[in-house]
Design a protein around this ligand. Structure first.
Ligand SMILES: [Zn+2]
Length: 403
């Protein structure tokens, strides 16, 4: 099956995950695609197993003496942000300017809004009809991995180590590795194929924690409040304004970390505020957490009593600390891209990634591009040529690790 047919088949499944669900997978409909993948991989001749919640694991035996067990991972769910039902993918050769996606509803893809499209002049772009997301995140990753394995099976003279595949659910709702048993999976190294533009390589993500602030005020009738009232809302303002204004998500980029207030609830008597704190650098992350609690101490000192209690709880860590010990994963990905004529671009992830949890659980897992753009939206697209290139890159990585 060619990669376009394969990708179109995958996006015909509605696999939207659900952040409010308590089950795993969060939506049963994800299992339909996972079942399909199980059958497809078995038909290709791979050994397939399933995890308790339905992840599909598969193994392609080595055809060399290489002892490395190399894995490729992708997730089957799509973002809850935009519908992924009845996706109508279409291939349009990009010749410049805006692209009419849907004549009935007069929906255009705007070159001005998404100028990156100009890089793909003359290429065959897979768009939606402008009413749903496409699901290149991450079904393009799935299609590229399966196509690469099919290519290796069709070309047995290309050397490769033992290759493990894993297709998982619920990445988009932050539960993508909940059922992942790294030991049982039995791989030494892995790559997720879940990034954006062709050539992207990520091996750093944020260190992350949540911050919780509880403020206990003193409510007094406003007429008698002189010298007595402590308004928790005013105290919250003091607290928030003591955090650096140039360390917010909208004032930072690249490797700059931040504090972000996520929600506040309460009134004069009591107020709760929830924060997230992020930094790629471990020392700066520790400093930010210390600063966050020190601000509370300062305010308590001023009031002469405990008005504010600020606590932090770690969420996940920068996988760079693990990947650096296995830097061949980065070097070999760079070599594989270059050997396929793609200029690699190393970008820090300003968020988390499944690879972070896996890396800390013992499976070092950087992330590579899928080739897609505008994920989680109606204007998501992916050039066919980028998908074909990524398939080549995966084959090349297998060849590199066969030695
Ligand atoms: Zn993804």
């Amino acid at each position: 099956m060619n990669i376009i047919d394969r990708f179109f088949k995958y996006v015909s499944f509605d696999t939207q995950s659900d952040e409010d669900s308590l089950t795993l997978p969060s939506t049963a409909k994800q299992l339909a695609l996972l079942d399909y993948l199980q059958d497809e991989l078995k038909a290709l001749g791979l050994t397939v197993t399933r995890s308790k919640c339905g992840y599909v694991y598969a193994t392609l035996k080595a055809n060399t003496d290489s002892k490395v067990r190399l894995a490729f991972l992708a997730h089957v769910d799509t973002s809850p942000a935009v519908s992924g039902a009845s996706v109508k993918p279409q291939i349009i050769k990009y010749t410049g300017g805006d692209v009419l996606l849907n004549s009935a509803e007069k929906i255009y893809f705007s070159e001005k809004d998404f100028p990156e499209i100009k890089r793909y002049l003359g290429q065959d772009i897979i768009f939606t009809d402008g009413t749903t997301l496409l699901g290149a995140d991450d079904k393009a990753g799935v299609a590229e991995i399966v196509s690469a394995v099919e290519f290796l099976l069709d070309n047995p003279t290309i050397p490769h180590p033992e290759i493990k595949l894993a297709f998982t659910s619920d990445e988009e709702v932050g539960r993508g590795t909940e059922d992942f048993d790294v030991k049982a999976f039995g791989a030494d190294f892995a790559y997720t194929i879940d990034g954006g533009e062709l050539g992207e390589l990520n091996y750093e993500n944020f260190n992350a924690c949540s911050g919780n602030v509880v403020i206990k005020g003193i409510s007094v009738h406003p007429g008698d409040a002189y010298g007595k009232m402590i308004n928790a809302i005013d105290v919250f303002n003091e607290f928030h304004n003591m955090l650096p204004i140039d360390s917010r998500p909208n004032t930072t980029r690249d490797h700059e970390g931040f504090f972000m207030v996520e929600s506040i609830s309460g009134g004069i008597e009591e107020l709760t505020a929830k924060y997230i704190i992020r930094d790629h650098n471990s020392q700066k992350f520790a400093d930010k957490k210390a600063y966050f609690t020190k601000v509370a101490d300062k305010i308590n000192e001023k009031y002469g009593r405990t008005v504010v209690v600020a606590t932090v709880k770690d969420s996940y860590y920068n996988m760079k600390n693990i990947i650096e010990k296995h830097y061949h994963l980065v070097d070999n990905a760079i070599t594989a891209f270059k050997n396929c004529g793609v200029e690699p671009v190393i970008l820090p992830i300003r968020g988390g990634t499944d690879g972070s949890h896996l890396s800390f659980a013992g499976l070092p897992t950087p992330n590579l591009s899928t080739g897609g753009h505008n994920f989680h939206g109606r204007f998501e697209y992916i050039p066919v040529q980028s998908m074909q290139k990524m398939t080549e890159v995966i084959v090349e990585l297998a060849r590199i690790y066969s030695k």
